[in-house]
Design a protein around this ligand. Sequence first.
Ligand SMILES: NC(=O)c1ccc[n+]([C@@H]2O[C@H](COP(=O)([O-])OP(=O)(O)OC[C@H]3O[C@@H](n4cnc5c(N)ncnc54)[C@H](OP(=O)(O)O)[C@@H]3O)[C@@H](O)[C@H]2O)c1
Length: 328
Amino acid sequence: MKKTIKWGIIGTGAIAHTFAESLGTIKDAELVAVGASSKEKAEAFGKEFNIPSTYGNYSDLVNDVDVEIIYVATIHPLHKECVLLALKAGKAVICEKPLTVNAKETEEIIKCARDSKVFFMEAMWTRYLPAIVKVRQWLKAGLIGNVKMLKAEFGFCCDGNAEGRLFNANLGGGALLDAGIYPISFASMVFGSEPKTIRSMAHIGETKVDEYFSCILGYEEDKMAILSGAIQLYSQNDAWIIGTEGKIFIPNFLRAESATLFMKDEIEEKFEMKYSDIGYSYEAKEAMNCIRENKLESEIMPMDESLAIMKIMDELRKQWGLKYPFEV
Ligand SMILES: NC(=O)c1ccc[n+]([C@@H]2O[C@H](COP(=O)([O-])OP(=O)(O)OC[C@H]3O[C@@H](n4cnc5c(N)ncnc54)[C@H](OP(=O)(O)O)[C@@H]3O)[C@@H](O)[C@H]2O)c1
């Protein structure tokens, strides 16, 4: 039987709820504590998920001796502070995407994780899904030949509330950091290297954040990724990976539950697997396995790759002249 791993959560917002629900489906995971910006919020969350320890601040949560690993689920600009707090308390950490608002902050986190010698991973949940694991196996086996092109888009249309975290520049709003990171991270996973060239275009809205964008990332050997992200468009969220011998189609790639392998234009194999939960248990299990094996990072989402992805996003924002008020 596997050793039970004890979790704490920082933040009690939308994704914290989803993650807590997923943790509840893992029999060797126990959610033992939650920390929120107020005692009321922590207690309400604790009551909902039957969590024994609830804290009205993040410091007490990271110092709870019962907690082994912390999931950081606050808004992007708070990630760095929360992660550093947890790492310095000697806790293993997984942090929501984007790891931070810019590469400089990610570098600080990675240095701290390495100095502290505790496990750290970006919670890029899509990467750990069974259908995406299958896609990596197809690619590794070279089934579609030499991969030359990738097309991926992720976006959604939301209400445009200027105060909400998606449109508010003070809260790190914009399509890139919230939605665009998924296709960018996907391209990084498929090509396994950093782009040599980056071309892009974005629409900056009234609240001074990018509401939608497209970019082309150019890799060695003229490989290219054509990517888009949006927070105010009814996007088409599929991905295609195109090689010299065939192609792979992943409908709704962010939440992939299937993938189709084509040899030339003919279907060779269709992989389908419904999640065992709402999809977030896979990243949690990866972190727990790494901890049991005394690993300090995940091979599926290494820290240096998270940093490379942040650097691409820094470059895109630079091309658009988009700086957050707290960066100036
Ligand atoms: N993996 C995924 O599928 C996925 C999906 C959605 C979001 N995310 C990521 O998860 C993170 C949180 O997103 P969310 O949608 O859950 O956000 P959210 O519900 O708006 O907020 C998350 C938490 O951040 C803190 N917070 C919110 N607004 C704040 C403010 N103005 N000032 C200070 N703290 C504030 C609160 O913590 P307290 O509870 O402690 O008050 C809140 O509960 C983001 O980085 C996002 O990119 C990931």
